[in-house]
Design a protein around this ligand. Structure first.
Ligand SMILES: Nc1ncnc2c1ncn2[C@@H]1O[C@H](COP(=O)(O)OP(=O)(O)O)[C@@H](O)[C@H]1O
Ligand SMILES: [Mg+2]
Length: 507
């Protein structure tokens, strides 16, 4: 077999004392192949590749490029060795054009004129569409990603690493990207694509290397494997991807929403006259194409959006009896101790404070209840520890900034904190977005447990199969209107899909 373009041998890397991101990992990458690096959230994929791109330096192990030992101590070293990585968060300068971004930091010999010609050559060769004079702030994510790749190629990369490039793309854009990747493979480039989507892995890769909890879990040829085997390699056991749905007999009305409407700044009704009841012991799924009002509906209930006049939300808390929510701010809702919990789409930002550790994030919620921030750290610490243990949150310690943790861990902390406050109603928006299979199922289980405990759960989701398996009832939103309320046990995917896209005639 030909010499590997890159050989990583016995690579280990830890963060702090407790998080072992990579342990004794071996990986070979060959010219003219597309290698998928597969693994659950937090399995160490990004860290491993960051040691090739010069972001991190290994604690142990060695790296060979074309058979020669090298030291990669900085991004510049990586670049000089022909390694280019396209990170999940793009590193482009918004106010610059594509061409200006390509030339940033390069010596003056790279004149705009020469670069323009060369960029055009690269685009023609591999099939990119890129306007060199377009400013980055005018670009959509797909264009930005294209620019990042072209920039890397312009700088002479022979080894290209793409960290979850498809996460932000539409199916059509993914098709295009894959065509380009294949063209680059033909040209002899060594390509690594990080992903946790099995269908993409089966479509694009020549070989697949799986990481599990920071260690090698095996490398296989695409032609000799299948999705089931890859799943088992990822999670280390046979898992059955089943969502249970218990029927809870005892039901109490927890939320009564009447004629709720929300108008946006352009005076458009984003939530349009929505009426429904929510009961304890049920999961109410909310389906709709993105932007149909699901986010605004939950935010309005939570006091984060102003409701228009005439709307009303009556809330029946286990602890405090019946309350009107309309007119209350989020702060007031929390201050009243109403046990209304919200897991928002924007986990860092609305949900958690990224710079703070688990303990402080647990406290955050408590001191809003008026207990004073300096009083007791002990109890929140215990709570944080409990959440960490029960939900298996991977963090070096309880004070480690949560923004540095992987998406799955962040989501577990957020859900854990909300559940810990013993909600009467638990509302979640896109709770599993960006999470891998195993973590997603852990979240479904958590929601099911809450339901069985008598919590009234709202689940806004995008995956119809999951909505149909999890929900007791499904509300379908279309253009801000409630376009149907279906029994989750009998509804079909076609039915829900139809209601998502065809607004019923008003009676
Ligand atoms: N800069 C960092 N500081 C501390 N822990 C980190 C850092 N980067 C990653 N980790 C941790 O290392 C582990 C592997 O993370 P990562 O390589 O990002 O996984 P993946 O890309 O497979 O999701 C996770 O537990 C993550 O929380
Ligand atoms: Mg990653």
């Amino acid at each position: 077999m030909a010499e590997a373009a890159v050989s990583m041998r016995h690579i280990s890397k830890s963060f702090g004392k407790k998080v072992i991101a990579n342990k004794n990992v071996d990986l070979d990458i060959y010219h003219g192949e597309i290698l998928s690096l597969l693994g659950e959230n937090g399995s160490g994929k990004t860290t491993l590749m960051n040691m090739l791109s010069g972001v991190y330096y290994p604690d142990d192990g060695e790296i060979l490029i074309d058979g020669k030992h090298v030291t990669i101590a900085s991004p510049k070293d990586a670049h000089d060795l022909g390694i280019g990585m396209i990170h999940q968060h793009f590193k482009l300068i918004d106010v610059f054009t594509a061409l200006e971004n390509i030339l940033i930091g390069l010596p003056k010999e790279n004149t705009e004129k020469n670069a323009r010609a060369q960029v055009k050559e690269i685009c023609d060769k591999y099939g990119f569409e890129l306007d060199p004079d377009k400013k980055v702030y005018d670009m959509n994510v797909s264009e930005k990603e294209t620019l990042e790749i072209v920039k890397t190629l312009y700088r002479g990369a022979e080894v290209l690493i793409l960290d979850e490039p498809t996460a932000v793309l539409t199916p059509q854009e993914i098709r295009k990207l894959f065509t380009i990747l294949r063209n680059m493979r033909e040209d002899g480039k060594a390509i690594v694509i990080i992903t946790h989507k099995l269908n993409e892995v089966m479509e694009i890769s020549d070989r697949i290397s799986v990481l599990r909890k920071g260690e090698n879990a095996g490398t296989v040829l695409k032609t000799e494997t299948n999705e089931q085997q890859l799943t088992e390699m990822m999670v280390g056991e046979k898992i059955t991807l089943n969502i249970t749905r218990d029927f809870v007999e005892d039901k109490t009305k927890r939320l009564e929403v009447k004629h709720l409407s929300v108008t946006d700044i352009e005076n458009k009704k984003v939530v349009d006259d929505i009426t429904f009841d929510l009961y304890s012991g049920e999961i109410l799924g909310i389906a709709g194409i993105s932007g149909s009002g699901q986010k605004e509906l939950l935010e309005a209930i939570m006091g984060l959006q102003k409701c228009d006049e005439g709307s009303s939300v009556i809330y029946n808390s286990t602890a405090h009896g019946v309350h009107e929510l309309v007119g209350l701010s989020t702060k007031e809702i929390i201050a009243h101790g109403l046990h209304l919990a919200f897991v928002p789409e924007d986990r860092l930002g609305m949900g958690l404070v990224g710079n703070m550790g688990m303990t402080d994030n647990v406290m955050l919620k408590r001191y809003r209840k008026g207990q004073g921030p300096f009083l007791h750290r002990k109890q929140p610490e215990q709570t944080a520890q409990k959440i960490k243990d029960e939900l298996e949150v991977l963090t070096p310690d309880l004070d480690y900034p949560v923004r540095r943790l992987s998406g799955g861990n962040v989501q577990k902390i957020l859900v854990g904190r909300e559940i810990n406050n013993k909600p009467t109603v638990l509302m979640t928006a896109y709770a599993v977005r960006g999470l891998d299979i195993n973590t997603s199922y852990a979240i479904y289980n958590l929601l099911n447990e809450q339901k069985k405990k008598g919590v009234a759960v709202i689940y806004v989701g995008e995956d119809l199969d999951v909505l149909l398996a999890l929900s007791d009832r499904i509300m379908v939103l279309c253009s801000g209107k409630m376009n149907g309320m279906l029994d989750g046990r009998t509804a079909t995917k076609e039915e829900v899909g139809y209601l998502m896209t065809h607004l019923k005639e008003e009676a």
